[in-house]
Design a protein around this ligand. Structure first.
Ligand code: ZN
Length: 323
């Protein structure tokens, strides 16, 4: 099976009450960990590449590694551009064989966002085969590669904007801001409460906005960015092995599971993979200070990333056995 776009994948996810995981990939071990986990769970999957990943690994390496994963696993896999900054970057990916792109003009005024998004949609949809386009309305706080928004400058998506935006742009899916956030420090401690173990509990997602949006766009796939949960198990391993991640906090998995049952068809997860990779490598070096073979320590990181992806598919996304 060749790379696929998100069209049929999202239609099935919408009707089936589950979401597809969109995992960021930056190197071979991450691609392998994600796709081996998806294979074992019999799950469709989206591999996404950010501008930072393109800079780090070069687009051609990422493309060929994802193609290798398609051939190796036989899974339906989408190769998606995460946070395309402008038309040129989206065009470059579409021409280079990506099956889906995101144009993120969410920091621009409404009319300008529409104009840029429509231009990308026209180009992507005329491409053979059809390339799907994700757009964004509203802004998330936090840091993800080149995308930086200060806490306090984020804004929730306004439900009254979504029908006009989708109609005038022709986008295939829409990322909305309902309180998720980029990075491993999603919320300031003062925004949170603490549970009995002293672990930070973030403010709940705005399900009222999600429900209003899905009422206005029946059957239309919604996307959540910044949806790592910052599993404290991995933060603990990192901190016990020389790391210093203080007050890292994410979105509770229970709330993401709930969103996946509603109109949310794509959930973006990056920080949780970074934490798992780091935990595996730090633990390895602490246990084996004499090791210097990259296959040994990156191999342990890859194992933890695979564990995390399997957990997400089974317990959060619900996309297992959906092929
Ligand atoms: Zn994002």
């Amino acid at each position: 099976m060749p790379l696929v776009n998100t069209k049929e994948m999202f239609a099935k996810a919408y009707n089936g009450g589950y979401a597809i995981g969109a995992f960021n990939c930056n190197n071979m071990e991450i691609v392998q960990a994600i796709t081996e986990a998806a294979k074992e769970c019999n799950s469709p999957v989206i591999l996404q590449v950010s501008a930072g990943a393109r800079k780090y690994a070069k687009p051609i390496y990422l493309k060929k590694m994802v193609e290798a994963a398609v051939e190796d696993t036989g899974l339906p896999i989408v190769l998606h551009l995460d946070h395309g900054a402008d038309f040129e970057m989206c065009k470059d990916c579409i021409d280079g064989g990506f099956t889906s792109v995101m144009i993120d003009a969410s920091s621009k005024p409404f009319e300008e966002n529409i104009e840029i998004t429509r231009k990308v949609c026209e180009y992507a949809h005329a491409h053979k085969p059809y390339v799907t386009v994700e757009a964004e309305l509203g802004t998330l706080a936090g840091i993800e590669d080149d995308v930086k928004v200060e806490h306090g400058s984020e804004s929730y998506t306004k439900p009254e904007d979504v029908e006009e935006f989708v109609r005038r742009t022709g986008c295939d899916s829409l990322a909305i801001a309902i309180g998720t956030s980029h990075g491993a420090y999603k919320f300031k401690p003062e925004q949170c409460t603490r549970d009995e173990n002293g672990v930070l509990c973030p403010p709940p997602l705005r399900f009222d906005i999600l429900e209003e949006v899905s009422k206005r766009l029946p059957g239309f796939p919604i996307v959540l960015h910044g949806s790592s949960s910052v599993n404290q198990e991995y933060v603990k391993i990192i901190n016990e092995n020389g790391g210093q991640l203080k007050d890292a906090v994410g979105v509770p998995e229970k709330q993401l599971r709930q969103a996946a049952k509603l109109a949310v068809c794509k959930i973006n997860i990056d920080s949780d993979l970074r934490l798992a990779m780091t935990a595996g490598i730090r633990e390895h070096f602490n246990a084996h200070p004499d090791h210097f073979d990259p296959r040994q320590y990156i191999g342990d990181g890859r194992k933890y990333v695979k564990d995390v992806v399997k957990h997400k598919i089974m317990e959060v996304l619900g996309s297992n056995d959906k092929i």
